[in-house]
Design a protein around this ligand. Structure first.
Ligand code: ADP
Length: 493
């Protein structure tokens, strides 16, 4: 095998992509298909698992055709995927018994409340690292088994299988030979014991889920099965959930490295090494990707529900901008703000506050506050929220951050990135290649295949820009204090 190229399957919430990398870690080709979002009821979000599989297959074909590269030159495949999204299918036919219930879906909200009332919170936190929430797979799987006719009996008889999207794709691509997942995806199900490294029998009992429907769990950098294309067999050697893959793609292989993805929401992960740290500050403990032959690694994670989505709000609801991109010039065109704050609690407040009842608010308005000030305050809110999460992480992890690696759409805004560096008082490092999630999956696979060595990793992620803090500590403290006061006035509890 020539192994000149590495394929990453990047199955996201809104689209399915196949990305071809060369040995220098550069993108050679991308094919992408939008994914239909299904909203059967308010608060429900579903995907068609067959559409996901077909799109992954067709984008793979498209990349091969576009580049004229034969499959023999592809050494290995890595997979990264939207996490927590839940699929249940028939073991014999491979046909899903219900649509995939997407991570955003909150149909199990009241069931989660019930679980908390029954006192399961501490067990869940101490063993899975998570908070009880409809976001994770366990209650979604429970819902399918209890609401699809005959599902419970079939599951008990061993006729049904469960998987997150990685698991589903591997099952389909290996013609049903492999029913597997990786540790990072398993750690988001609320059914995996992240200390013992196995499915948690106590939790499986609580949710009434037969163990035989659960996939086998493997390290992210291991052999998950083979995909046969024409007459060529290509191994799947890397699998990770999207945020953990992004951390890996950002070079997050050692304690103290943190990344923040500024997308629709913001997802921040701090690598904390081999220790399972239980957060005292509203963060999640999750499994990070480990290098080949390395012990399991952990990360602390903080999710900000509304990140770039607040810029979309400026555009679509307030209609005071036409594009997200123009916010950068607007922010730079007006003087520094004096005490104007936008708290974008449009979907409540996530980490570290976890106040689902909070609503968005603006503070410090005077007669000379115009739309540009509101735009700038909305952009700055992303940086303040990130600082909130990072402070919590540093406290939980008992470590000082030396820099923050960034990616995602809004990391293209240089005003925001400079303000972020100023607020954190650490350099903000943006890579040349922003597709770090797909790169993470490719790196995992390439490492296992021996295409890359661990010592190659630093050269595969190149810095494009470093934003160095310039603000005086007095200004930083004054601004952040103002933000904290705005948060205090927004919280409902
Ligand atoms: P996702 O993967 O969640 O779809 P992306 O990483 O593609 O998100 O980022 C898109 C988000 O980033 C949008 O919410 C958009 O408003 C925001 N965004 C994109 N470019 C900029 C910019 N230059 N300044 C501020 N926000 C931006």
């Amino acid at each position: 095998m020539k192994s000149n190229y590495i394929i990453a399957f990047d199955q996201g919430t809104t689209s399915t992509r196949t990305i071809l990398f060369n040995k220098a870690g550069k993108i050679v080709a991308i094919a992408q298909k939008e994914l239909k979002q299904l909203y059967p009821q308010s608060g429900w979000v579903e995907h068609d698992p067959i559409e996901i599989y077909e799109a992954q297959k067709s984008t793979f074909e498209e990349v091969l055709q576009k580049t004229n590269i034969s499959e023999e030159e592809i050494g290995v495949i890595g997979i990264t995927n939207q996490r927590e999204t839940t699929v249940v299918w028939d073991k014999k036919t491979g046909i899903p018994i219900y649509n995939a219930i997407v991570w955003l879906d909150n149909r199990t909200k009241s069931y989660c409340k019930e679980l908390k009332e029954k006192g399961h919170e501490d067990y869940v936190k101490n063993n899975t690292g998570l908070v009880i929430d409809s976001y994770f797979s366990a209650t979604k799987l429970h819902w399918i088994l209890n609401n699809v006719e005959g599902a419970k009996e079939k599951a008990e008889a061993g006729q049904l299988l469960f998987g997150t999207i990685d698991s589903w794709l591997i099952y389909k691509f290996t013609d049903g030979k492999n029913h597997v997942t990786d540790v990072t995806n398993a750690s988001r199900t609320m059914l995996y014991n992240c200390k013992e490294h196995c499915w948690d029998t106590h939790l499986l009992d609580i949710f009434n889920i037969p163990k035989k429907m659960m996939p086998s769990v493997q390290p992210s950098c291991s052999h998950f099965g083979d995909i046969t294309h024409n007459t060529t067999t290509i191994p799947i050697y890397g699998v990770a959930g999207d945020q953990q893959a992004a951390l890996f793609g950002q070079g997050g292989t050692a304690p103290g490295i943190a990344k923040n993805t500024y997308g629709t929401g913001c997802f921040m992960l701090l690598h904390t090494g081999e220790e399972f740290i239980t957060s005292k500050n509203g963060l999640l403990t999750t499994i990070a990707c480990s290098l080949p032959n390395q012990a399991p690694q952990y990360a602390l994670e903080g999710s900000i529900f509304v990140g770039g989505a607040s810029i979309q709000w400026l555009r679509d609801q307030l209609q005071i901008i036409n594009t997200a991109q123009e916010t950068e010039a607007i922010c730079k065109s007006i003087p520094p703000l004096e005490d104007v704050y936008v708290v974008p609690a449009f979907a409540g407040l996530g980490a570290p506050y976890w106040d689902s009842e909070a609503k968005g608010a603006m503070y410090g308005l005077t007669l000379d506050t115009g739309k540009n000030e509101i735009i700038k305050a909305t952009i700055e809110a992303l940086a303040f929220q990130t600082k909130d999460v990072l402070e919590a992480m540093q406290e939980d992890g008992d470590m000082e951050l030396t820099k923050l690696q960034v990616d995602g759409g809004a990391s293209n805004n240089s005003y925001l990135m400079q303000f972020q560096a100023d607020m954190l008082n650490v350099p903000v490092d943006k890579p040349e290649m922003i597709e770090v999630t797909a790169l993470g999956a490719a790196l995992l696979a390439g490492l296992k295949a021996g295409i890359w060595k661990e010592t190659d990793l630093p050269n595969l992620r190149k810095t494009a820009t470093i934003y160095v803090p310039k603000m005086t500590s007095e200004t930083r403290q004054r601004k952040y204090l103002g933000w904290k006061q705005a948060i205090k006035r927004t919280l409902t509890t």
